[in-house]
Design a protein around this ligand. Structure first.
Ligand SMILES: [Zn+2]
Ligand SMILES: [Zn+2]
Length: 399
């Protein structure tokens, strides 16, 4: 039987089937040092051995490839892991799934497409290498039939943007939104079937399908009905999906200091899995609302504060708003309009670095008084006479 000709990668590396990836790596390194072509120049046997152990290492050191190999006894890049898993389950069911229809394989050695792989291959063993590629055609669903996966299927993740008002993001609280998600079908509880059965549409009830592999014809156990010739009738509620789409209200905690654009993950709140598969996650991206006075950038708060000419020129202590209420700000004498004053640690308490908070940055906006009485105008003219410096002098000097 050709199945006996499949390579035992574990034996090649001299490790047990239960070997860890570390065991495999160590075993391969040890053998590689012994059989490497550089160490054995011109030694064909060593070269062949090195190729074999490299192949074994390539498959067994890759978790996905190893799984397929464990399930099928061979590996090909064209094999879909989900279908390999389905095949493995099918095999556990009992009857031999692949029927070679009485072909004599001995005559195919080295002949035709897909077999042998050329004259360089010395052992019969490696001669069957190409055989795997024919199998792969079977597992990659060559017939173009859409098969419903029968194993546990994890649910997909969901991504939503949530609008959170300015204060909730700063102080923390709860936020709500409504999402649309796939939930387990209440009728069939995710089994996707009603309990009744009907003739399998793929094999028309025969339990077998025919697959071409090169010039050969294989009779296979029907993958859709596992050879029984019957398939289960789809659930009327979910039409065989196992899930239904529902609107669901979601309420979640917002941590104090949450920033605009921050992403929150709610594990297991995404779409339901089917056949016992895990639910996906729900990802929420925070869109923070704005405020008429405060602008926020990260943990810093920005705002513009009007001051009088007297306060700006003489210096003053003025009251300014902060996110915690009113606070005193010292305006130094001679402060110019547009100047920025930093109020340390008056910004947002950080959600990332516990115990730290941002700053508040105040932009001074000097308000020029409208003078409606003669006395005020007189004082201003007097002041002008005391300060005859031309503030535009620099401007012209730079021309
Ligand atoms: Zn069938
Ligand atoms: Zn259902």
């Amino acid at each position: 039987m050709p199945t006996n000709a499949q390579k035992d990668y574990y034996a090649l590396l001299g490790v047990k089937k239960t070997a860890t990836s570390d065991d495999i790596r160590k075993a391969f390194r040890k053998l590689a040092r012994k059989y490497h072509p550089d160490v054995n120049p011109g030694d064909k046997k060593s070269e062949e051995k090195f190729k074999e152990i490299s192949e074994a290492n390539d498959i067994l050191s890759d978790e996905k490839k190893r799984k397929v190999y464990d399930q099928l006894g061979f590996y090909s890049d064209q094999i879909d892991p989900a279908q390999a898993a389905a095949y493995a389950r099918q095999q556990q069911g009992g009857s031999p799934p692949i029927d070679f229809g009485g072909f004599d394989f001995s005559g195919f050695q080295g002949e035709g497409r897909g077999f042998g792989g050329g004259a360089q291959q010395q052992s019969n063993q490696s001669g069957w290498g190409g055989f795997r590629d024919i199998f792969s055609g079977i597992f990659s669903g060559g017939g173009g039939q859409q098969q419903r996966p029968r194993g546990p299927q994890p649910g997909t993740d969901l991504e939503y943007a949530v609008n959170v008002d300015f204060w909730t993001a700063i102080k923390g609280g709860t936020a709500r939104l409504s999402i649309q998600k796939q939930e387990l079908c209440p009728t069939c509880h995710g089994h996707a079937a009603s309990g009744g059965s009907t003739t399998c549409p793929e094999c028309n009830g025969s339990g077998q399908v025919t697959q071409m592999g090169g010039r050969m014809k294989f009779n296979l156990q029907c993958p859709r009905c596992n050879g029984s010739g019957k398939v289960q009738v789809s659930c009327v509620t979910c039409h065989g999906d196992g899930t239904v789409t529902r609107n669901e209200p979601v309420e979640f905690r917002i941590k104090a200091g949450t920033r605009d654009g921050q992403r929150i993950r709610l594990q297991g709140r995404g779409n339901a899995g089917i056949n016992g598969g895990q639910a996906g996650d729900l990802f929420l991206t925070i869109r923070m609302g704005s405020h008429p006075v405060f602008q926020r950038d990260g943990d810093d708060i920005f705002l513009s504060v009007p001051v009088t000419v007297a306060e700006a020129s003489l210096g003053a202590k003025v009251e300014v708003p902060t996110i915690d209420g009113r606070s005193q700000l010292k305006i130094p004498p001679g402060t110019q309009s547009g100047q920025k004053l930093r109020m340390r640690e008056r910004g947002v308490p950080s959600a990332v670095r516990e115990g730290t908070r941002g700053d508040q940055i105040v932009t001074v906006n000097v308000v020029v008084p409208q003078l409606h009485d003669e006395r005020s105008r007189e004082i201003m003219r007097e002041l002008a006479q005391l300060h005859t410096d031309d503030p535009r002098k620099e401007l012209f000097n730079k021309l």
